[in-house]
Design a protein around this ligand. Structure first.
Ligand code: HEC
Length: 135
């Protein structure tokens, strides 16, 4: 059989399309996108942060910050502290975020979340990130 370049290109395109469709179909419902490893234990600040996170952020950012179809995982290399430092989290909550990294749309500003709350949420998210090799 003469397996031409065109055939190979079509085959590759089909495989890629299938993988993309599988990837996105797995994101339906409130299923998280990233399988987050939990640390053995959390600091007191992180536990306080987890409670606030679960009330204010989890609907979009998912259980254990693993992401949903409404918002990205925060336990993700994009949000490592060196690239997305703590001030960015404060800004995101105070002013909202215009979609730029992901296809989920904008994040609204959250008036009910104080900067003290964000500091606790950060303790939680950073401990989760570290447990997943993101520093
Ligand atoms: C209504 C859904 C929604 C809620 C609730 C929400 N977010 Fe977001 N958030 C998003 C989306 C969508 C993005 C991604 C925007 C992009 O980069 O495309 C995002 C991005 C972010 C970013 C990255 C900002 C940047 O500039 O790249 C941070 C940090 C963040 N969210 C923190 C939080 C925290 C903390 C909470 C809870 C206090 C929260 N979010 C609640 C939807 C949400």
């Amino acid at each position: 059989m003469n397996f031409s370049r065109t055939n190979l290109t079509i085959l590759a395109a089909t495989v890629i399309t299938t993988l993309v469709v599988i990837y996105y179909s797995r994101q339906s419902g409130d299923q998280t996108i990233v399988n987050v490893q939990l640390p053995a234990d959390l600091s007191a600040a992180a536990i306080a942060g987890r409670d606030i996170f679960e009330r204010q952020c989890m609907a979009c950012h998912g259980k254990n910050a693993g992401g949903t179809k409404n918002g990205p995982p925060l336990v993700h290399i994009i949000y490592e502290s060196g690239h997305h430092g703590d001030p960015l989290f404060h800004r995101a909550v105070r002013y909202g975020v215009k979609a730029h990294h992901w296809p989920y749309g904008n994040m609204p500003k959250l008036d009910g979340v104080s900067s003290g709350d964000v500091t606790k949420i950060l303790a939680y998210v950073r401990e989760l990130q570290r447990a997943n090799g993101i520093n």
